[in-house]
Design a protein around this ligand. Structure first.
Ligand SMILES: Nc1ncnc2c1ncn2[C@@H]1O[C@H](COP(=O)(O)OP(=O)(O)OP(=O)(O)O)[C@@H](O)[C@H]1O
Length: 352
């Protein structure tokens, strides 16, 4: 896993200051959380026994997890069902207290200073809403404006921007209970960002959305990271989403961090199956291999290049080098799907 396991390293991507003037970094050090639950024994006598002498079992949901997210970076926290992603996010939002280790979000220990942390973060849990069920959306926004003491002009300007990107105004006079899932999550996203937090946590925000709304939400998130400099920690099972939004991913399994790397590093390590087919403008040009790029074969005027060795570039880097070196009249890329790459990463990391 060369170049990928960057556990304990500190991230240095896009070091921009946050929208609220607060350094929106996230630091997670040896974070652990154990849950204690009572087991119900089977049958009637079992149930009686459980009542008299309950059997307690410990479940280590998150175990010694360490990673950083730099200000203005979007990091995807990945892993199979039950891996510990939501539990990690709950500790970073201050909902849960860790049993060991520590975390800092924009300089605040979230579970020790919940209120201060709440001012620095926005959170969206795709399956739940933070809006008032019986109120029209716009009234929920007004309540949040008062809670976070956002000046009226700022509130109006931000709502205008969110409306432009998420197309909210056609349904923001509707009661939350009557919104479709896609409408509701778009409103939740706007609500989470109305107080201009430097850090945003998104737990499966696009789950169950149609492709058009998904794309709209992804465009919105990209804008929040690239234009507003927000730091985003995102969990998702959707690899298209990861490919569109994340530069770096952290993979956890059974509560343990097993991989931390950029998508390029992960593609190089687990998905080095790309090919570049280049048609040379002059088919008689002599072709030599380039560093990390092998000439796999010639098919008439078409040269088929592929990765060569451990230091092979990504398909996009290879394409750049090939067209810099040769005059090319046509080009086609054949890249391993990110879903396949991540599956290979999961398998090698023992996650499936
Ligand atoms: N309140 C709780 N009490 C007991 N066990 C819990 C509790 N919350 C989570 N767990 C357990 O901790 C483990 C991690 O759960 P978590 O919800 O963090 O996983 P996840 O990676 O978010 O999964 P998914 O992708 O399915 O949402 C699971 O085994 C889960 O059953």
């Amino acid at each position: 896993m060369k170049g990928v396991n960057r556990v304990n390293s500190s991230a240095t991507v896009n070091g921009r200051s946050s929208s609220a003037g607060v350094n929106g970094s996230i630091q997670v050090r040896g974070l652990s959380r154990t849950f204690h639950t009572t087991v119900r024994r089977p049958g009637f006598t079992g149930a009686l026994k459980s009542l008299v002498s309950p059997e307690r079992v410990a479940k280590q949901a998150v175990s010694d997890v360490t990673f950083d997210v730099a200000p203005g970076e979007l990091l995807a926290l990945l892993g199979p069902n039950g891996a510990g992603k939501s539990t990690t996010i709950k500790m970073l939002t201050g909902i849960l207290t860790p049993t060991a280790g520590e975390a800092r979000v924009a300089g605040v220990v979230p579970y020790e200073e919940r209120e201060r942390n709440a001012r620095n973060i926005g959170a969206v849990f795709g399956q739940r809403t933070q809006l008032w069920w019986d109120l029209p959306v716009r009234e929920s926004f007004a309540i949040l404006r008062d809670i976070y003491e956002v000046p009226a002009a700022e509130h109006r300007a931000r709502l205008g921007e969110f409306d432009e990107l998420l197309d909210l105004s056609s349904f923001w006079d509707t009661r939350v209970r009557h919104l479709s899932l896609g409408q509701r999550v778009r409103c939740d996203l706007a609500a989470a960002l109305l107080h201009d937090p430097p850090v945003v946590f998104l737990d499966e925000p696009t789950i169950g959305m149609d492709v058009v709304v998904k794309e709209q939400v992804r465009g919105f998130l990209k804008h929040q990271v690239e234009e507003r400099g927000r730091t985003v920690l995102l969990t998702t099972h959707d690899m298209t989403e990861v490919g569109r939004l994340a530069e770096r991913v952290v993979l956890i399994n059974h509560g343990r961090l097993i991989l931390d790397g950029t998508l390029d590093e992960i593609r190089r390590t687990f998905g080095s199956t790309w090919q570049v087919r280049a048609t040379l403008a002059d088919p008689h040009t002599p072709v030599e291999p380039l560093p990390g790029i092998a000439l796999l074969r010639r098919e008439g005027p078409q040269m088929v290049f592929g990765p060569d060795g451990e230091e092979a570039p990504t398909v996009h880097q290879a394409l750049k080098r090939i067209i810099e070196r040769y005059e090319v009249s046509d080009v086609a890329l054949d890249e391993a799907d990110l879903e396949d790459v991540m599956r290979a990463a999961y398998v090698q990391a023992g996650a499936v």
